[in-house]
Design a binder for this molecule. Structure first.
Ligand code: SAH
Length: 266
């Protein structure tokens, strides 16, 4: 899921195996031969279905526990880690030093605005919210420091076309797994166009622990969990350079590792 998530114990069993295990009666068998069997070699992100993803999130309660997949206790350590990460970035920045507030930030795939409330609204004068689920953004409306709210998926957000920005900070956490690889690269390329000089794109996500080093599709919220290698490849394709990266410390045992990446145009 695009939220803290328990590591899967069955990652070495390709999904197709489970369908093979199902015993079919002879009737079903003749019918089954007509049904195209899903290609076991299909890329994990090819299974992403935005409608299914939105349906999942619409059915999730608008609370910290809801957006954090039932691990609300992770929020504190996560926000603290993010705050330290950002402070370190800004300490060595001539454009956005810690001595003055950022002008505008974007909270992308914001959920109920947990990061805006805990971090972004404290470091930026205005925070725009991008979140496709209305019941989540209803929880954010009118909160201090909140600017524009956009009800769209990141794959359909075109701030460049709409004359928005510039943003000093574009924060993406536990949500880019909802996009396919191609969508993610295109999205990041668009973000470069609305980033201020010296600004950062931050991506903070779970990392796949697949034993063959593959991304993993999660049918529950129709998302992929990517490997560190894949993330770096996609950032490169989007024309970004990695300026800093940190593993989130203090995550509960048994959950996926979480890594933050700070990116700037090359
Ligand atoms: N970033 C927030 C919320 C994480 S939960 C936090 O860390 O607290 C994942 C969020 O991604 C949900 O709010 C869900 O509605 C949103 N989401 C689902 N599909 C998306 C898409 N295509 N683009 C952007 N966000 C999406």
């Amino acid at each position: 899921m695009t939220s803290p998530k328990r590591k899967s114990r069955e990652l070495d069993i390709p999904e197709v195996e489970s369908s093979k295990k199902t015993k079919l009666s002879s009737d079903e068998e003749s019918e089954a031969s007509e049904i195209p069997i899903s290609n076991p070699n299909a890329a994990p992100d090819s299974h992403i279905d935005h409608k299914a993803a939105i349906a999942y999130w619409q059915g999730t309660e608008a609370t910290v526990s809801g957006v954090l997949g039932g691990f609300p206790e992770v929020s504190r350590v996560d926000i603290q880690g993010s705050s330290n990460f950002l402070t370190k970035l800004r300490r060595s920045s001539k454009h956005h030093p810690t001595s003055k507030k950022l002008r505008r930030a974007a909270d992308c795939g914001a959920g109920i605005g947990r990061i805006t409330e805990g971090l972004l609204s404290q470091v930026a004068e205005v925070v725009d919210i991008i979140e496709p689920v209305k019941s989540f953004t209803d929880a954010i409306q009118g909160k201090p420091g909140v600017g524009e709210i956009f009800h769209v998926g990141l794959e359909a957000w075109h701030p460049d076309r709409d004359g928005l920005g510039p943003y000093d900070l574009i924060w993406n956490q536990w949500c880019v797994g909802q996009l396919t690889d191609v969508q993610l690269v295109d999205y990041l390329k668009r973000m470069v166009l609305v980033l201020s000089e010296g600004g950062w794109i931050v991506v903070k996500e779970n990392l796949s622990n697949h034993n063959l080093g593959e991304d993993v599709f999660d049918s529950e919220d129709s998302s992929v969990t990517r490997t560190d290698t894949k993330f770096r490849e996609l950032f490169e394709k989007a024309g970004l350079k990695l300026v800093s990266t940190e593993l989130q410390r203090g995550m509960p045992k048994g959950l996926y590792p979480v890594r933050a990446y700070a990116l700037q145009p090359r």
